[in-house]
Design a protein around this ligand. Structure first.
Ligand code: 48F
Length: 263
């Protein structure tokens, strides 16, 4: 074998990763807004919040972005949008095509890539493989003030490994159909008085409007957006039409920007 001077040393790969990862994790132990879930609503919210000057962290339990966007409609690689969302698609640079049905379609990989690029370019941070398993709360005044998380392989392995914490002024449940963060609040902080009504059967036109209308604060410090809104408030599902997710993410960002600006 040809002899040569090794430029890339294995030990330096480790040093570079460990040093910079720990620096970043330390920096992310306290943020303005912790968004749980990197689906379309979480990514949209992250973009507007970061653009508004907030320190934003998305915690996503998968090692990929986009949540339910990737599979399109029953694995067919298109997602539908309604006309009133076209300005949002244009803001994100997502290309779309008109159909004969009064609806527009776009490609899931492009939707994911553009939403994520906008969020990250605006300054939002993302932790992949971070499973949120609990909340941090305080009394006097009663409020949610952060998330408790472990790496997904630890969670899925069922090991008892103590977690790490991220404090936040606002925690956003963007976990989709499961409304996992609000469910934790229901079960483990009953004094918040939060309840989950459960999602209803499909009524796309109605739910597309209501998921953004009902996006909001469910308890002090705890907010909900996207499909999780439908689960919390008993709204219908809408299937593979995604305009409501983007509008819901934008709406929650506006609400939080308004509420936190004064703090
Ligand atoms: O499910 P998801 O895409 O939620 P969304 O933004 O959008 C819903 C649509 O995709 C679709 C629909 C609308 O037409 O019906 O379903 O409301 O993304 C939720 C993300 O949250 C992650 C999950 O892996 C997914 O990527 N997630 C869920 N629970 C946790 C979590 C958790 N406990 N910790 C971290 N991430």
């Amino acid at each position: 074998m040809r002899r040569f001077e090794a430029v890339i040393r294995e030990a330096n790969i480790t040093r570079a990763i460990v040093e910079h990862a720990l620096r970043e994790l330390k920096e992310l132990s306290e943020v303005d807004v912790a968004i749980v879930g990197a689906g379309p609503s979480g990514l949209t919210a992250a973009y507007y919040l970061a653009k508004g000057g907030f320190k934003v962290l998305i915690l996503e339990r998968r090692f990929s972005l986009g949540g339910g966007t990737g599979p399109g409609g029953n694995l067919l690689p298109k997602a539908a949008f309604q006309k009133d969302v076209l300005p949002l698609l244009e803001e994100f640079g997502i290309r779309y095509s008109a159909t004969d049905y009064g609806l527009y379609v776009a490609s899931p990989p492009e939707i994911i890539a553009k939403l994520a690029a906008k969020a990250v370019d605006a300054g939002a941070s993302v932790l992949l493989g971070a499973h949120v398993q609990d909340l941090i709360y305080r009394v006097d005044p009663l409020r949610v003030c952060g998330v408790v998380w472990v790496w997904t392989p630890v969670h899925e392995g069922g090991y008892h490994v103590d977690p790490l914490f991220t404090e936040a002024k606002a925690v956003v449940d963007a976990t989709g159909h499961g409304a996992e963060v609000v469910s934790i609040a229901c079960r483990k902080i009953p004094e918040l008085g939060v309840a989950i009504r459960g999602e209803r059967s499909a009524y796309a036109d109605l739910s597309e409007k209501l998921v953004s209308e009902y996006a909001g604060r469910v308890a002090p410090g705890l907010y909900v957006t996207g499909m999780a809104v439908a689960s919390v408030y008993g709204l219908p599902r809408m299937g593979p039409i995604f305009g409501g997710m983007l509008l819901s993410g934008k709406r929650i960002a506006e609400i939080i920007l308004g509420e936190l600006k004064g703090i």
